[in-house]
Design a protein around this ligand. Structure first.
Ligand SMILES: N[C@@H](CCC(=O)N[C@@H](CS)C(=O)NCC(=O)O)C(=O)O
Length: 220
């Protein structure tokens, strides 16, 4: 059975594993949930994803939620010697794997914490009738700026965040990075962080993102 990714084509968390599937050329279907009408809060949905969030993956009855866990699962399952590995092997490339986990943890705690919350404050809150807390938004963008300053130093001596090979950790940044970049809350191509600019242009010029930048699409 073809892999099914339940979520929404425009949600950053759905795009995250969709990008990985596209990178690995694994056919999959995006099943769009009616999130506007709270399909992800319905009792039957909560039996599958008890936190009431999107996305989740159905791999022939094997259910997995959490976008980064899904990404790791498909990268491990569909790893080919011909394609980009994206996820170093924990047993045979232990140090490379550890560097990947370091970068992935930094993405979750030093980037996504600020980026996702800034997007919520400045973009999603007003969209749903709320009012942006400017002080909080400013604090989040400053935190994000500090992370990007550190990234610029890291990326001065290596091509990607876990080393010289691209990994999931790099791809994980694209969704929220793009939302904030498009809305001009950050400038990931700013000449004052030349290494971040080079890295950002590199990861967003990949065919996977070019195919999904307007939304994740089924490939099966
Ligand atoms: N850590 C989860 C977060 C999932 C998440 O926050 N999903 C958002 C869409 S990007 C969602 O479902 N929001 C609706 C809600 O939380 O009610 C993951 O990465 O899958």
């Amino acid at each position: 059975m073809v892999l099914k990714l339940y979520g929404h084509p425009l949600s950053t968390c759905t795009v995250r594993p969709a990008l990985v599937l596209k990178e690995l050329n694994v056919p999959f279907e995006v099943i769009t949930l009616d999130v506007a009408n709270h399909a992800h809060k319905a009792p039957d949905y909560l039996k599958i994803q008890p936190f009431g969030q999107i996305p989740y993956l159905d791999d022939d009855g094997f259910i997995l939620y959490e976008s980064r866990a899904i990404s790791r699962y498909v990268a491990a399952k569909y790893r080919t010697s011909a394609g980009s590995a994206l996820l170093p092997d924990v047993y045979t490339e232990t140090q490379k794997y550890a560097k990947f986990e370091q970068a992935a943890s930094v993405e979750a705690w030093n980037f996504d914490f600020y980026a996702a919350n800034a997007a919520a404050e400045y973009i999603f809150k007003p969209k749903h009738g709320g009012v942006t807390d400017e002080a909080r938004g400013k604090e989040l963008l400053e935190g994000l700026g500090r992370t990007l300053d550190v990234y610029d130093g890291i990326l001065a001596s290596q091509k990607y965040l876990a080393g010289d090979d691209i990994t999931l950790a790099d791809l994980f940044h694209i969704g929220y990075g793009n939302i904030l970049q498009n809305a001009k809350f950050i400038d990931l191509e700013d000449a004052k962080r030349p290494n971040v600019a080079r890295w950002w242009k590199d990861i967003t010029s990949r065919p996977s993102w070019q195919a999904f930048k307007d939304g994740a699409k089924s490939t099966a």
